[in-house]
Design a protein around this ligand. Structure first.
Ligand SMILES: [Zn+2]
Length: 90
């Protein structure tokens, strides 16, 4: 199977060795027994780059800031006291 995609990382064309930069069109040759697809640059691919190839989609990892354990412990203790004492904790 072959497909056109946008390069997700800098990688080298498997034929000419040209660096395919992030976001540039890359022609991938997916073989059933090979884990990673073979990559070709637009000059070495045997099919022309499709004009409707979507632009690279920005994907950013979402991270949540962790609270310090002490802050969580204080808060949970406070919540427990509120439950125990019926809502009056200074
Ligand atoms: Zn090439």
């Amino acid at each position: 199977m072959t497909r056109w995609t946008r390069s997700k990382m800098d990688q080298r064309c498997g034929l000419c060795g040209r660096t395919i930069l992030v976001g540039e069109p890359a022609f991938e040759i997916v073989l059933r027994m090979v884990k990673r697809p073979l990559v070709r640059c637009p000059q070495c691919a045997w099919s022309p780059t499709p004009p409707d190839l979507p632009a690279r989609i920005e994907q950013q990892a979402t991270t949540t800031r962790m609270e310090p354990v002490a802050a969580v412990a204080k808060r949970t203790l406070r919540e427990r006291l509120v439950l125990l004492l019926g809502g009056k904790v200074e």
